[in-house]
Design a protein around this ligand. Structure first.
Ligand code: MN
Ligand code: MN
Length: 466
């Protein structure tokens, strides 16, 4: 007779810490991959930098800009860059595209502070840049930390000046000041969300006045003189600029055991990097493999670089044109035959804040890639809900390939929730499920992931695309 112990083993969905089941060799692979990922995080702190880096890697791996190709054959590897901020990557399958695509979709924008169009001003001997925050941030987390400036200034001539200052050891740094506790009595009485006003997130950038008796706004003038010398720009050129303030500190291994990664922008560049690494390993797949690196997810996937735009449809239509398959209305059919993993981070259970999670259905750090069957909040409002048939199909792929995974939801029922790009692709008729790396301190300047889960995400996306 089967012992109770064995019966339990057979019937229970026992959750296991990932580190318990890996040997030394696997641990090494996880460590090496983690280090490469940390390097990526330090190179790519904005969507534009992620696009530049990805283009470089794709070029080295035999991928070609789709605009350079007139005909596509099975095995061909192509990509399309949408306005330097989002990308679509494809490896053409041996089956016709009509049979459907295997898609992994991540986003490469992260919460941050953007400069306003008229950012520069002087007040009481200091020069500042005014900001407007991007995405869901806790504003108090962005004061008194070193910040760097990344982005572009585009002149009316069309010339683009790239800005990246505050990352190198010999670069200056920038900071948003906060009140000393001695004088913060009123501030400390406020609710946490009101402690720092959005309008007070002003970046301190200088304090030396221009040497002249008569001229006003001397500190501002001195800053503009320096910017003009270094970048050949004027204040007016900042009107057509996109400059992002991001944490200047470096991503690093976290913990005495180096099991985790601490770094800015892991939502969602952890899934962007792992899906990129996944598609690099795809050769001659049966179904065409597609990787999406989207922009503007953090503010609702809007605009012509966000997932709501039709540029993605145009890219797939181009694949159909160039493989010679296209005919009227084929695109809709392609989407209905397609499968997708919406690669976005998951909220990990934080033992310090366990009250917001429901233990049985929360993703745990280090327990493998986290799936959300559905997203949404309070009665599944706005949820993209994967069909059970599709969940079973994905489970079977993972189980056949021994990839540890967990399926849960984001937070307790009445507490909150979240959304991703999943619903946009589901609306086209694609089977979609959300899955990504569990994160602690999500949307903060220094997010935490487990190297084990990062590696599991890589293996998941690779296997799915193959
Ligand atoms: Mn995300
Ligand atoms: Mn997010």
């Amino acid at each position: 007779m089967e012992s109770a112990e064995d019966l339990k083993k057979r019937l229970f969905n026992e959750k296991k810490c990932g580190w318990d089941s890996v040997n030394e060799e696997q641990k090494d692979s996880i460590r090496v991959f983690g280090d490469e990922y940390i390097h990526y995080l330090n190179r790519c702190k904005t969507e534009r930098e992620a696009v530049d880096f990805t283009k470089e890697i794709l070029g080295k791996n035999g991928f070609i800009d789709i605009r350079e190709k007139t005909v596509l054959l099975p095995g061909d590897k192509v990509y399309y860059v949408n306005r330097n901020k989002s990308m679509y990557i494809a490896v053409i399958g041996t089956s016709p595209i009509e049979a459907g695509l295997n898609i992994v979709g991540a986003h490469i924008d992260s919460p941050r502070l953007d400069l306003k169009p008229n950012p520069l001003y002087e007040d009481t001997g200091f020069a500042y840049l005014k900001t407007h925050y991007y995405g869901g941030i806790k504003k108090y987390q962005w004061t008194t930390i070193p910040l760097s400036l990344h982005g572009v200034v585009v002149k009316t001539t069309g010339e683009t000046v790239k800005i990246n200052i505050g990352e190198n050891d010999d670069d200056p740094t920038f900071v948003i000041t906060d009140l000393l506790p001695h004088l913060a009595q009123d501030q400390m009485e406020k609710k946490l969300k009101d402690g720092i006003n959005g309008e007070d997130l002003n970046l301190l950038i200088g304090s030396i006045p221009f040497k002249d008796e008569n001229v006003s706004e001397k500190v501002k003038l001195n800053i503009l003189r320096l910017l003009n010398e270094k970048y050949d720009i004027t204040e007016k050129d900042l009107l057509s600029a996109e400059i992002e303030l991001v944490p200047a500190f470096k991503a690093k291994s976290l913990g005495f055991d180096r099991s985790m990664v601490a770094g800015y922008g892991q939502d969602d560049r952890v899934c962007a990097y792992t899906s990129l690494r996944g598609i690099l390993n795809v050769q001659n797949p049966k179904k065409t493999a597609v990787c999406i690196l989207s922009d503007k997810e953090e503010i609702g996937s809007v605009g012509n670089t966000g997932m709501e735009s039709h540029v993605f449809d145009t890219f797939i239509a181009e694949l159909l044109n160039k493989t010679g398959e296209n005919r009227p209305n084929l695109l809709d059919k392609v989407f209905c035959n397609s499968k997708m993993l919406s690669a976005d981070v998951d909220a990990a259970l934080d033992p310090i804040y366990v009250a917001v999670s429901e233990k049985n259905n929360a993703s745990l750090l280090g327990y493998g890639i986290g799936f959300n069957k559905y997203t949404g909040a309070r009665g599944k409002s706005g949820a993209s809900d994967a069909n059970a048939e599709y969940v079973a199909e994905v489970r079977s792929i993972l189980e056949q390939n021994n990839i540890p995974y967990q399926i849960g939801e984001l937070g307790k029922v009445d507490v909150g929730g979240g959304g991703t790009i999943a619903y946009i692709l589901a609306n086209k008729g694609i089977d979609v499920i959300d899955c990504g790396v569990p994160v602690l301190s999500m949307h903060s300047p220094y997010e935490v992931t487990s190297k084990f889960d990062v590696y599991c995400a890589y293996k998941t996306y690779e296997t799915f695309l193959k």
